[in-house]
Design a protein around this ligand. Structure first.
Ligand SMILES: Nc1ncnc2c1ncn2[C@@H]1O[C@H](COP(=O)(O)OP(=O)(O)O)[C@@H](O)[C@H]1O
Ligand SMILES: [Mg+2]
Length: 306
């Protein structure tokens, strides 16, 4: 109803009953900010152009919206528990990718830092209708799309109206897509099609494989940052810990070995058959700790590495 009334409001901006109806309709589907903006715009125009204040119907509709509840929080991003070490360049890269692509997927094996990077990137972004964090880790494997939709609606705190109606101009950060990849891919493709101002930052061990996806394989932390993180975590666990110059080569070796371990044990490329089988891409084990795909990648295609 809100969208049906909008063209009439545009043609008859000073019809106050119509405007009051529109304000209430917008509010009813969770578009409260638009309703408040619409009232502000009407009031300004009436004062500027007609020299009068809005009448009682519009004022009552506006007042009812204000009295309902506090203005909706513009984000539900979780507070940070510890500072992100390094990753300034990675954050800039992801931010730039989001400027040109409506869907950016951060890929890489578990523990490489996809979630941490997505969160810190989203914290620095501003969208008219906010940045919203949707966590799919707790959803059971291969859950159907309807379950994912419920999780998104709950994260956005939307109790009425369909998802398509209320998305508007938001950034959705969809964390942990890998275990619901088929449903997630289908849902995201649908959201991008119906909500042209929505952008999605997804984290997943594998690409979603949908049109327009920009895949960015999160690289391992550079050694100096890995060492810094090690020291930060060690100090948190044992406050008496301190790193002296003699320990540095040992710590560097530990970081290198941890990296090498992840290299060996990292997530195998899907669709490439069992570990080490001939269908694995050449160089996977020797040169590439995880996919370094730079563009759209179809799931299961085996096009990994360079
Ligand atoms: N750059 C970083 N600085 C500080 N902590 C990090 C960094 N990258 C990852 N972590 C931490 O390492 C752990 C694993 O990272 P996470 O983002 O959950 O990995 P992934 O999502 O790829 O599985 C988390 O506790 C996260 O907070
Ligand atoms: Mg994660």
């Amino acid at each position: 109803m809100a969208d049906e009334l909008a063209p009439w409001v545009a043609v008859h901006p000073f019809r106050e009953l119509l405007r009051a109806l529109h304000l209430r309709a917008l509010d009813a589907v969770g578009r409260r900010r638009e309703a408040l903006d619409s009232y502000r715009e009407l009031r300004k125009r009436m004062v500027d152009e007609l020299g009068i204040e809005p009448g009682p119907e519009v004022v009552a509709a506006h007042q009812a919206i204000l009295e309902q509840a506090p203005v909706r929080v513009r984000t539900n991003l979780p507070a940070s528990v510890s500072a992100l070490v390094g990753r300034d360049d990675a954050r800039d890269t992801v931010r730039r990718l989001l400027e040109t692509s409506r869907l950016v997927t951060l890929t890489g094996p578990g523990g490489v830092g996809k979630t941490a990077l997505a969160l810190e990137t989203a914290r620095q972004l501003e969208f008219p209708d906010g940045c919203w964090w949707v966590e799919w880790a707790a959803v059971e494997r291969d859950a159907p799309e309807a379950v994912l939709v419920d999780v998104v609606l709950a994260a956005l705190d939307i109790r009425s109206g369909s998802l398509d109606d209320v998305l508007r101009s938001r950034l959705l950060v969809l964390d942990n897509c890998e275990h619901v990849i088929e449903s997630a891919a289908h849902l995201i493709a649908r959201l991008l099609a119906v909500a042209p101002d929505v952008r999605v930052l997804a984290t997943s061990r594998e690409p979603l494989g949908i049109a327009g996806e920009r895949v960015w394989a999160v690289p391992p932390l550079p050694e100096s940052s890995a060492m810094e993180l090690f020291v930060a975590r060690a100090t948190a666990a044992a406050p008496e810990f301190s790193l002296n110059a003699d320990d540095e080569p040992t710590l560097a070796a530990i970081c290198q070995r941890l990296e090498a371990l992840r290299w060996r044990w990292s997530w195998p490329p899907l669709g490439c058959g069992p570990w080490g089988s001939p269908s694995w891409p050449p160089g996977w084990i020797r040169f590439s700790p995880w996919p370094t795909e730079n563009g759209t990648c179809r799931r299961g295609s085996g096009r990994f590495g360079r």
